[in-house]
Design a protein around this ligand. Structure first.
Ligand code: DGP
Length: 114
């Protein structure tokens, strides 16, 4: 998608602090971190929102979570805990319409979330 910010990061058109990648996903630090660790995990394939996920994407979605597990371990978060969030739609706070997991850690988190 030529007008998608995260596709531009995938293409190297916009720089990012990439910390993890494989053939399916890319992960980089959020430009506006909400916790000491705040990493965005995105698929290389453009899918706009959770509402656009189809059966063919199920393996890819699973690999987003496998990446979250690996990055949490690298960041030393596995034991203390961390939060993984995917916003869907403007009403839930989604601002970039290319699905992404937020991996947040290094502080406590309230429940229910704001
Ligand atoms: P969401 O609001 O759930 O769609 O999350 C989008 C996140 O993307 C938000 O936390 C800020 C982050 N973000 C926006 N623009 C950039 C950028 O150019 N670089 C990086 N690294 N993160 C960005």
């Amino acid at each position: 998608m030529s007008d998608c910010l995260f596709c531009k990061i995938l293409d190297g058109e916009i720089p990012a602090d990439v910390i993890y990648e494989n053939d399916t996903v890319l992960a980089f630090r959020d430009i506006n971190p909400q916790a000491p660790t705040h990493v965005l995990i995105i698929p290389r394939q453009h899918v706009g929102t959770i509402n656009d996920i189809e059966a063919e994407h199920e393996m890819m979605v699973g690999r987003l979570f496998s990446a979250a597990k690996a990055i949490a371990a690298e960041e030393g978060l596995s034991e203390k805990g961390y939060r993984v969030v995917m916003n869907c739609g403007e009403g839930a706070g989604q601002s970039v319409f290319h699905i992404h997991l937020h991996l947040l850690g290094g502080r406590g988190f309230d429940w229910p979330p704001g």
